[in-house]
Design a protein around this ligand. Structure first.
Ligand SMILES: [Zn+2]
Length: 250
């Protein structure tokens, strides 16, 4: 069988925090599920996951949706089931900390790079990258438009060449995962909150061929590392996509 190489798609090293901030800005999802304070397992927890789902209108003023303070598990379960009904997907399994669409971008200089590392758990991409990924029908991802909120007029010198100017951006939401790496087998699952625990000391951060579920872009399970295949890497290199590096996982 042909061996496929997997690459972690990451941001480059910046020369300063200011440079990082000016290139990428800050993405904000104002609506999301709070963390959970579970009396079952005694844990207060949330995860980093961005959903391609728009926050239902009737929840946009709900204090639990606009405030990240953890809520008791009973309140959380009611929120989850209410939202699942509101989006018409009764069986949808939410997790504490899930973020909804939309996303807003605040940035001190007009964004120019193809990739913007503006938020945890996803990456923003220029329209030309989105269009090419959609044209190629790459799997494992969905796109949602980014609303530009505060865009400053500061000028910066980019540490890489900008050949393609960009106007519109989209959040690239990663919707698929590899299989769990070895050592990350689930030890316990809380029946109140669904929290799955594994031994962090035993987990090996690696991407083996047999962990691949077949998508072009995905998260390395149990992490928020964005992984791409050789094919995606080649596409991005041909597009001369900026503000990314490929880190070898083999
Ligand atoms: Zn629990």
């Amino acid at each position: 069988m042909e061996t496929i190489n997997f690459w972690r798609l990451n941001h480059p090293q910046y020369q300063s925090q200011r440079q990082e901030e000016y290139i990428n800005g800050y993405g904000e999802h104002p609506y999301g599920l709070p963390g959970i304070d579970c009396k079952g397992c005694g844990e207060i927890w949330s995860n980093v996951r961005i959903l391609p789902i728009s926050c239902p209108e009737e929840y946009r003023k709900n204090k639990h949706i606009t405030n990240v303070s953890p809520t008791p598990d009973l309140v959380h379960r009611n929120l989850q089931s209410g939202i699942a009904i509101a989006i018409g997907q009764k069986e949808f399994k939410f997790l504490p900390g899930d973020k909804f669409q939309p996303i807003y971008l605040d940035i001190k200089t007009k964004p120019k790079a193809d990739f913007l590392w503006s938020t945890l758990g996803s990456v923003l991409v220029s329209e030309r990258i989105k269009n090419e990924f959609e044209h190629l029908q790459l799997t494992g991802i969905q796109f949602a438009p980014v609303t530009m909120r505060k865009v400053g007029d500061k000028l910066i010198k980019y540490p890489f060449e900008i050949k393609h100017e960009n106007e519109f951006y989209y959040e690239m939401i990663i919707t698929s995962y590899s299989k769990s790496p070895s050592g990350a087998e689930i030890i316990t699952t809380c029946e109140y909150c669904g929290r799955e625990a594994f031994d962090r000391n035993k987990r090996r951060i690696e991407m083996k061929q047999d962990m691949w579920n077949g998508q072009d872009v995905f998260f390395l399970n149990t992490t928020i590392w964005i992984i791409v295949t050789d094919r995606v890497k080649k596409v991005l290199q041909e597009l001369e996509a900026t503000n990314i590096v490929f880190e070898s996982l083999s």
